[in-house]
Write a protein that binds this ligand. Structure first.
Ligand SMILES: *[C@@H]1O[C@H](CO)[C@@H](O)[C@H](O)[C@H]1NC(C)=O
Ligand SMILES: *[C@@H]1O[C@H](CO)[C@@H](O)[C@H](O)[C@H]1NC(C)=O
Length: 667
């Protein structure tokens, strides 16, 4: 079924070890969906099997144009052109199966500019998982494949090919393109708000590229794993594959050096009643009539494939067991994520290369991490005992697939929400898949960080808004694909639809590219349409008109907006105007009127004061004069009257006066 698995099994048989599940091999093909969007008449939905290399876009989709190359359609040789679609959509290259590794086709497609590769099966059969070849010289490209790949069945492949040919062959070059949407959103179940995932691994650190890949993954993913688990978002469980020695070989030196717990293979009459490990045995052994029951025997292949030298498989099994127990003890003490630290530290401090792959070294690491060594030892039990080991038996049992998960037959295998992960074991690719395991909207921050970029923003800014002047962009890559959201830059918040428009709002907004508003300097004068007092928007300053993004000088004179007094002279300037009044008058800007200049005003004032004074003096003088005249006349009349009549009553001054007075009037 899979190229790599076959060769891997061959290697094991040579080492005389068997995997619990190797023979039966319930292998689940993980699928994505391919939806044909155009042309109209072949619209429809098809399954595709996700390849075990490259980066499937778990949780996301990719819409692109299918191109089937005229030449080298197997994709086994490097293409000499870059494929482009007329509509500038991403290219999904369709290639034929056969002649070389699947991974090589994907690599050549990637180098030719494809965003994804579909491989059309050459025979009518069930979909199968395309695996990557065993690491060997010349296959270094596998790690560089970062596009998704999928296998489609022969019939669907043929119809796609036919359609792309018709499209290309219609001469005018304007034919409708074959547009398909690859969809991985349902490839990862996301039942709840917590993701359960497990990594099937091995503590062997000397198996070449495979082991290096696993270690590199642990190194890179550790931070994410710990964040996810500390936050309660995910539960991680490490698992270790172990093998067993079939009965026929159990006394050989090879089996002895590769196994622990003195195990025996027992022929069991009633396997159904046997414990868990036995059920695994029954399920796996081809010859069911013989009904083997594996008891207490746990093996691993010799790290150097040399039974005489270096470390033995036995050492690896013991370390596997220790790492399992480290996780258990760490989990019990509420710090399950310490496993990642242990594995990293053990690799650094106790490598096989430096001949430090030992019990003492391991125990130093356990202690250094603050884990209870006694509990770890207790959990491990006695590897020399002729008895079943509970921890390892459980691992063998767990190797057998259940539910949606197939058997674990490949190292390393990552299982997320009980589905086997397909794609390369690489930090961002795996994080994307883990994140796709959350119910949408419940994913933790680490999933939305720029760290797991889909890099869609690199291509035409993902179709989002961007300010050319400042490179402020609304495009943000997330594992679900890019989102167009107005950003916050240096504490300044942008608001808008994120696609065509984002505007800086709030304090500080004018500091960055003048808040996206118009501004211009001429000579020593600067005008700006951004105002900190307004929390958003752009408004042309007085003297200008426009939408705030472009402002033009307002000609107050020709628009008759100012300087409208009769005989005034108006002159427009940039952002302003000048108005001169006739004669010696002064222009009052606020009222748009002319008045006499300021010197004459003072004159008027002085004159008024003088006039007022003169008037006041006059009135006072008049009143005084009138008063004096009257008293003078009174005394004059009195003296005249006294000449004409004797004053009988000199004491009575009032009476004669009255007579005198009347006399005088008669005159
Ligand atoms: C870790 O601990 C939790 C409870 O604290 C338990 O449910 C889970 O099964 C444990 N995992 C392992 C691998 O022991
Ligand atoms: C914006 O980005 C482009 C290319 O990425 C660069 O050439 C340009 O200098 C940047 N402009 C600013 C203002 O940072």
């Amino acid at each position: 079924m899979m190229a790599r698995r076959a060769s891997w099994l061959a290697g094991l048989v040579a080492a005389q070890l068997w995997l619990i599940v190797a023979v039966r091999g319930r292998f689940v093909v993980e699928k994505s969906s391919v939806r044909v969007l155009a042309p109209e008449h072949i619209r429809g939905h098809h399954d595709a099997a996700i390849g075990n290399f490259g980066v499937p876009d778990y949780g996301g989709t990719l819409t692109g144009v299918v191109i089937y190359p005229d030449k080298k359609a197997t994709g086994c040789a490097e293409f000499d052109t870059k494929f482009k679609s007329k509509s500038r959509r991403p290219v999904i290259l369709l290639l034929d199966r056969g002649e070389c590794y699947f991974a090589l086709k994907a690599w050549n497609a990637q180098r030719a500019g494809a965003a994804a590769v579909l491989i059309a099966d050459s025979v009518d059969e069930q979909l199968l998982t395309m695996d990557s070849p065993e690491a060997s010289p010349g296959t270094e490209y596998i790690d560089k494949i970062n596009i998704p790949s999928a296998l489609v069945n022969r019939a669907f492949g043929e119809s796609l090919k036919k359609m792309t040919r018709t499209v290309a062959g219609d001469g005018d070059g304007d034919g409708e393109e074959v547009v398909v949407k690859l969809d991985w959103r349902e490839s990862m179940p996301h039942p709840d708000e917590r993701v359960e995932y497990e990594l099937w691994t091995n503590s062997n650190d000397e198996c070449g590229a495979r082991c290096d890949e696993q270690m590199e993954f642990v190194r890179g993913f550790r931070g994410h794993a710990q964040l996810l688990e500390r936050g309660g978002y995910a539960r991680f469980t490490p698992h270790y594959i172990t093998w067993y020695c079939p009965e026929a070989f159990r006394l050989t030196q090879q089996c002895k050096s590769q196994c622990i717990n003195h195990g025996r293979c027992v022929r069991s009459p009633g396997c159904e009643n046997a414990p868990a490990a036995a059920r695994a045995c029954v399920a796996s052994v081809a010859d069911r009539r013989r009904r083997w029951w594996v008891s207490g025997r746990y093996c691993a292949p010799d790290p150097e494939q040399d039974f005489g030298a270096g470390y033995d498989g036995k050492d690896v099994v013991v370390e596997n067991l220790r790492q399992l127990c480290v996780h258990r003890v760490a989990n019990e003490s509420g710090r399950p994520w310490t496993w990642w630290d242990y594995v990293m530290d053990y690799k650094i401090r106790c490598s096989m290369k430096e001949k430090k792959y030992s019990k003492t070294c391991a125990e130093d690491v356990v202690t250094a991490l603050g884990l209870d060594l006694k509990k770890v030892l207790e959990c491990m039990g006695d590897p020399e005992a002729d008895a079943e080991n509970a921890v390892l038996s459980k691992e063998q049992e767990d190797q057998i697939g259940s539910g949606s998960r197939g058997d674990v037959t490949i190292l390393p295998t990552l299982v997320i929400n009980n589905v086997q992960y397909r794609g390369k074991l690489e930090r961002t690719a795996v994080l994307k898949a883990v994140c796709a395991g959350f119910k949408e909207g419940t994913e933790p921050r680490v999933c939305l960080s720029p760290d797991i970029e889909t890099n869609q923003c690199l291509h035409r800014n993902g179709g989002c808004w961007r300010d050319e002047a400042t490179n402020v962009t609304a495009c943000r890559d997330t594992y679900r694909g890019r989102v167009c959201e107005c950003p916050v830059v240096n504490g300044v918040r942008y608001e808008g639809d994120g696609y065509t428009d984002c505007q800086a709002v709030g304090p500080g907004r004018c500091a960055l590219n003048n808040g996206g508003c118009w501004s211009e300097t001429r000579g020593h004068q600067t005008f700006s349409a951004c105002s900190e007092t307004a929390l958003s928007g752009c408004r042309c300053p007085p003297g200008f008109h426009g939408d705030g993004h472009k402002c033009e000088d307002l000609n107050e004179c020709s628009e008759k907006l100012a300087c409208t007094c009769p005989d005034c002279h108006c002159k427009n300037t940039w952002g302003n105007y000048e108005c001169t009044c006739k004669g010696n008058q002064l222009y009052i800007r606020g009222e748009d009127v002319c008045i006499a200049n300021s010197m004459s005003k003072l004159g008027w004032f002085i004159t008024l004061v003088a006039v007022a004074c003169v008037a006041g003096v006059g009135i006072a003088g008049y009143v005084f004069y009138k008063y004096r005249l009257r008293s003078y006349m009174d005394s004059e009349i009195m003296s005249i009257m006294s000449q004409y009549m004797p004053l009988d009553n000199q004491n009575n001054e009032n009476q004669p006066l009255r007579q005198h007075d009347s006399e005088a009037l008669r005159h």
